[in-house]
Write a protein that binds this ligand. Structure first.
Ligand code: C5P
Length: 220
């Protein structure tokens, strides 16, 4: 009998985009299908974890056995995540969170006025991953970085800036909306490229790597 590698480990995952209201009928969002995060949720469940998936708006079905909490804006996602972190051993932030929201979303639909497009001003959203990573006694944190260039440099800097042990990088043009992806893992030891493969196969490899790195105190 082989015990599953994440048996009883509580894994919290964010996935998909966030949507920031401009007015009741318009949003500002990021390009993200949610496929990678949902594949990771499925792989973690297969590995025996108790999985909670905090999801922005996607068209995907919830993986079997996974508890899904829907979130709309970055602030919704933040409060759903903060409500779950006390029960999480691992936090994997896959969501493409909007970095900014509209400073004052209009309560009514903004009307077209001839020749006068509206001007929007923005305020920064909270960084969910950095906030969770800074919690004393918080979960083991894994981040994602989708970059269009200089992946190694941006991913390495991002891992240090967020204060996390493991960051997964990929090229946006390679991964967005696709069923396949090429992931590179970045940790204290350097970079560890994975082959190009389906998002589910990549998710299973990532989960095996997370299981191997999990601090002993996090394994039930
Ligand atoms: O550079 P960036 O802040 O976009 O880093 C991406 C990583 O941080 C991803 O893991 C993403 O889920 C997470 N993130 C977050 N909250 C934000 C922005 C990014 O959790 N507001």
């Amino acid at each position: 009998f082989q015990p599953k590698p994440l048996q009883g480990v509580r894994v919290l995952i964010t996935a998909g985009p966030t949507a920031e209201p401009i007015d009741p009928v318009r949003v500002l969002t990021n390009v993200s299908s949610g496929k990678m995060g949902y594949a990771i949720a499925r792989a973690a469940r297969e590995a025996g974890a108790d999985v909670t998936l905090v999801s922005g708006p996607t068209a995907l079905a919830t993986p079997r056995g996974v508890l899904r909490i829907d979130a709309h804006s970055a602030r919704d996602m933040m409060s759903a995540v903060m409500g779950e972190t006390p029960r999480a051993d691992v936090f994997i932030a896959v969501a493409a969170v909007a970095d900014w929201r509209v400073a004052e979303a209009s309560a009514q639909k903004i009307k077209k006025t001839a020749g006068e497009p509206p001007t929007l001003s923005f305020v920064q959203n909270p960084d969910i991953l950095a906030t969770v990573a800074a919690l004393p006694g918080g979960p083991y944190c894994v981040g994602f970085a989708a970059e269009t260039e200089h992946l190694d440099q941006h991913a390495t800097e991002k891992r240090q800036r967020k204060g996390i042990p493991l960051l997964v990088g990929n090229l946006a043009q390679d991964a967005l909306g696709a069923d396949d992806t090429t992931l590179i893992l970045y940790d204290d030891q350097g970079r560890h490229p994975l082959p190009r493969q389906s998002k589910l196969a990549a998710a299973r490899e990532l989960i095996a790597q997370v299981a191997r790195r999990l601090p002993a105190g996090r394994v039930p």
